[in-house]
Design a protein around this ligand. Structure first.
Ligand code: ZN
Length: 445
């Protein structure tokens, strides 16, 4: 351990990852994650350390490092961080998003929160364990992946599909969680145990072409589509309060009356109306399959009555909701118009969930309690998507977690995700290094 408790080391590594500028714009030619694979290899290298690299497409680098356990019957734990980041508009930033400036104990830059802080702190903890001559019973895998910010095609999904033996594990931790919820007097730290699925759908309506100069009684696809969009926007999907939701509400130790309110559909609706809209959106999305009509297209020329028009709907599904259930909800939303639409295209990426009655949960709870006395961990559903889904589908217990200081409360954390002025304080970085080291010792012996 260095004189500054390893804080300088994790800060330095994070700054290098930010400066590598592994921007993923969704095209295969972007990302260039090999740069950060190089940085991490150089950092982790040492006698007896074996590092595997995988490059499913030119520049799209992934890294796997293992500390082999002595007992093949003991569990394997994987720490997975992605090394790509989303694009920026520098005009909205107070600082150069790729300079990795350290100002008053805060590191600035794209990826500081999502999720290079975790990727860097996981590497530092792994190296610290190695340096201390740790000989665990179970195996620890450190995994740095490309392409999380698109679909994981050249990262986690590719590794799970093509190199399963290299990344096979029983437990996995990745983004997001551990930012303090602004509820109650003691810190409430969410562990993301599940994430919603997506069922992106493109609906098409047909009309009859004609001359735009004589629209009387015309069969106009754009006019029909407008009503389809209106009905989808007005649709109120059913409220679903499963064990995860009640576990989350119970974990917040709210006054009994409030807790009861949040555990019934009508009560939740009243409560959502009173909350700040940011948190209300999140809680609404956690209890509903949501429908957001986001792209509408139709017509080719101002003087032609259009004969077809499409709407692309971002549909996010709760655990257990399949394609059939989505169609049933769309039918409800559209009523008599359902027979007039065609499903032109639809994705199918189901939600994923892990149980909470696990050794992994208990270990994170114990280590958290040591590092943030008085804090409580609460199970939560992530309304977005992470690489954890590929592992959950293989039966791995996968959680999203981290440990943020009180300088990064949940609202601020949410605002910085893919936003401007992304930054993280060094106290959070230190908490994370200690968290990863402590959890690995607890779980792998
Ligand atoms: Zn991320």
């Amino acid at each position: 351990m260095t004189a500054d408790d390893g804080m300088g080391e994790v800060t330095d590594l994070l700054q290098q990852l930010i400066r590598n500028k592994c921007v993923n714009d969704g095209t295969v030619g972007s990302g260039h994650e090999v740069r950060s694979v190089e940085t991490l290899s150089a950092y982790l290298a040492g006698p007896g350390v074996e590092i595997q690299r995988y490059e499913p497409a030119p520049g799209r680098g992934n890294l796997v490092m293992r500390i082999e356990g002595s007992d093949t019957s003991a569990p394997t734990l994987c720490y997975m961080g992605h090394i790509d980041v989303v694009p920026v508009d520098p005009a909205g930033w107070q600082r150069d998003p790729f300079a990795g400036d350290l100002v008053d104990g805060v590191v600035w830059g794209r990826g500081a929160i999502d999720m290079l802080c975790l990727t860097a702190s996981m590497a530092v903890a792994t190296k610290r364990l190695l340096g201390n001559g740790w000989r665990p019973r179970g195996t620890l895998i450190y995994l740095a992946v490309a392409d999380e910010e698109a679909l994981g095609t050249y990262g986690a999904q590719w590794l799970v599909d093509n190199e399963w033996d290299a990344v096979r594990c029983d437990m996995l931790i990745t983004e997001f969680g551990g930012a303090r919820l602004p509820i109650g007097s003691t810190p409430k730290l969410p562990i993301m145990v599940a994430e919603k699925g997506s069922h992106w759908t493109r609906l098409r309506v047909r009309g009859t072409p004609g001359h735009g100069s004589a629209p009387y009684k015309s069969d106009n696809a754009v006019v029909k589509l407008a009503e389809v969009v209106r009905r989808i926007a007005a649709y109120k999907p059913p409220t679903v309060m499963d064990d995860l939701w009640t576990g989350f509400i119970d974990g917040l130790d709210l006054p009994l009356a409030e807790r009861t309110l949040l555990k019934t559909g009508p009560g939740l609706e009243v409560a959502l109306g009173r909350m700040p809209v940011g948190i209300a959106r999140l809680l609404h999305a956690a209890t509903h399959t949501t429908f957001s009509p986001n792209v509408a297209q139709g017509g080719v020329k101002t003087n032609i009555i259009p004969d077809n028009a499409d709407v692309a709907i971002d549909i996010r599904t709760l655990p257990g909701v399949n394609g059939e259930a989505v169609h049933a909800m769309l039918r409800d939303a559209l009523g008599d118009l359902w027979s007039a639409v065609e499903v032109a295209e639809e994705g199918d990426n189901p939600a994923s969930a892990s149980p909470t009655d696990t050794d992994l949960w208990r270990a994170l709870e114990r280590v958290t309690d040591r590092l943030v006395p008085g804090a409580a961990t609460v199970p939560m559903l992530l309304v977005g998507a992470t690489d954890a889904r590929f592992f959950r589908r293989k039966g791995v217990t996968a959680y999203g977690y981290g440990l943020f200081s009180d300088q990064i409360p949940f609202n601020e954390f949410g605002r910085m995700l893919h936003g401007n002025d992304e930054r993280i304080d060094q106290a959070s970085l230190r908490l994370m290094v200690d968290l990863w080291e402590g959890a690995a010792r607890e779980l792998l012996g």
